[in-house]
Design a protein around this ligand. Structure first.
Ligand code: ZN
Length: 459
């Protein structure tokens, strides 16, 4: 059978007869898909042809097709402090303490090239939508989010820009140095300005804004409360780090007399507009509360292993009603920004925790696509079905590592794919033959390395 929407007026492209395809639904898509005007118009069963004329045909017989991967938590600026000597081999709190002082020297030029590099790296790994959690606004970097919006527009990537914040410095019992925090009034005024400037509230939105106080140990209770009110007022999403480590749980108990989820509830954040990075240390009752509220969880397997933070309980959280998605987390705790690699790591870490017959490779694909879309509050991306936006990642299995494979979809993760051959966003090919037309990667690396060296030299 052919599933289709009303025939479009403008030229359509048939992405024909893929080697394998994972759509996120039960539909037979072996005949490929028809895309038009940034939207998927038809999904074709084996042997079926488009119901109307197509202007172009793309032979996908050597490609595995996935919905574009969705990264729901990152810190782009951290690409400048990968494998940073004083941060090596540390758990979260001492790791943060060793890096806050470096990050405090960030400049607009550094953030711009870090954003460019992270988005490019993500794109090449099959990622089509990314949420960045930016919470550093030192003097001179007041327009950090506007810089990121400009870079995302230039590259043509879909983004959730999160207006991060820190308002609780060391002098007041917080973790970050005083020089890295802002006042609640400044944060809220900028948050409102950014929503009004950049937030698109429509299907196919390329840029959305969310409010994202950094973590319980770096923001004040008042800022959490006021951010929740503003998110309600403007109908935008809320994001923060929560339950990443037991140090954080101890901090909440000592400062607020509450465990992390009780604290979240006390500040008005236990709602379906909230998504949390990590979400590791929850008890049974907390998982029930989060599920009933529909709070989204971003699982960050590489980062959790790097900092030895723990393992996200994806199965219990999903069963309770929480959308679960994936994120690469910041590039100082991963340290790469490769989404297809993150999907592989999620499969392995969760399989180690729950068993080989419980976690399937398709679970990992689901988290990175449909799950991540739900985490970001979107129903227009994350699967391949009529009416969804045409965000696609196509991989070839022509490297030595895949030779001898039988199940092409499983081979993508088991063989360790790390680069897409083609990526389409909103109907436009952004990656062609494993490269970005118009982007000089050598020049980008050179500029980024220079910025990283300059940042380290300011210490
Ligand atoms: Zn993070």
């Amino acid at each position: 059978m052919i599933s289709k929407l009303a025939m479009p007026d403008s030229p359509a492209t048939w992405i024909k007869n893929p080697l394998a395809i994972w759509t996120g639904s039960e539909a037979d898509a072996r005949g490929g898909i028809v895309v038009c005007d940034g939207q998927i118009s038809e999904v074709l069963a084996q042997g079926q042809k488009p119901s109307g004329p197509v202007a172009q045909t793309f032979d996908a017989s050597e490609h595995v097709i996935l919905p574009g991967l969705i990264n729901t938590h990152h810190h782009f600026y951290q690409t400048l402090t990968r494998a940073y000597p004083t941060a090596l081999n540390k758990a979260l709190f001492p790791w943060l303490k060793s890096l806050y002082v470096v990050w405090a020297k960030l400049t607009p030029e550094m953030l711009s090239v870090a954003t460019e590099l992270a988005l490019t790296e993500l794109l090449l790994s099959g990622c089509t939508t990314a949420a960045d959690h930016h919470y550093l606004f030192p003097d001179g970097l007041e327009h950090a989010i506007d810089i990121q919006a400009g870079v995302a527009q230039n590259i043509g990537m879909r983004m959730t820009l999160t207006r991060g914040s820190m308002s609780l410095g060391e002098d007041d019992g917080g973790l970050p140095p005083q020089t890295t925090v802002q006042t609640e009034a400044d944060i809220l005024a900028d948050s409102e300005r950014l929503i009004k400037t950049w937030h698109e509230n429509k299907p196919g939105a390329m840029l959305q804004v969310a409010l994202a106080p950094c973590s319980p140990f770096s923001v004040t209770t008042e800022l959490m409360q006021e951010s929740a009110k503003m998110a309600d007022q403007y109908d935008v999403r809320l994001h923060t780090h929560l339950a990443e480590t037991l140090d954080e749980e101890a901090f909440c108990l000592e400062r607020f007399g509450l465990r992390t989820v009780d604290y979240l509830q006390s500040v008005g954040w236990l709602s379906g507009r909230t998504w949390l990075a990590h979400g590791i240390h929850f008890n049974e009752m907390e998982i029930r509360q989060l599920g009933e509220a529909g709070v989204g969880i971003c699982h960050c397997p590489n980062s959790n292993m790097m900092l030895a933070s723990g393992i996200c309980r994806t199965q219990e959280l999903e069963a309770a009603g929480c959308p679960v998605g994936l994120g690469v987390d910041g590039s100082a705790s991963n340290d790469h920004s490769n989404m297809i690699n993150e999907v592989r790591q999620a499969m392995y870490l969760q399989r180690l925790h729950y068993g080989a017959d419980t976690i399937r490779h398709t679970d990992a694909f689901r988290w990175a696509t449909q799950g991540s879309a739900k985490v970001l509050g979107r129903d227009d991306i994350g699967e391949i079905s009529p009416g969804k936006r045409t965000d696609l990642a196509l991989f070839k299995l022509d490297e030595l590592r895949f030779s001898g494979h039988h199940d092409a979809l499983a081979a993508l993760l088991l063989g360790g794919a790390n680069q897409a051959d083609r990526v389409m966003i909103e109907g436009q090919w952004k990656v062609i033959d494993g490269a970005l037309p118009d982007v000089d990667l050598e020049d980008l690396k050179h500029r980024h390395q220079a910025a990283a060296r300059l940042l380290a030299s300011l210490m």
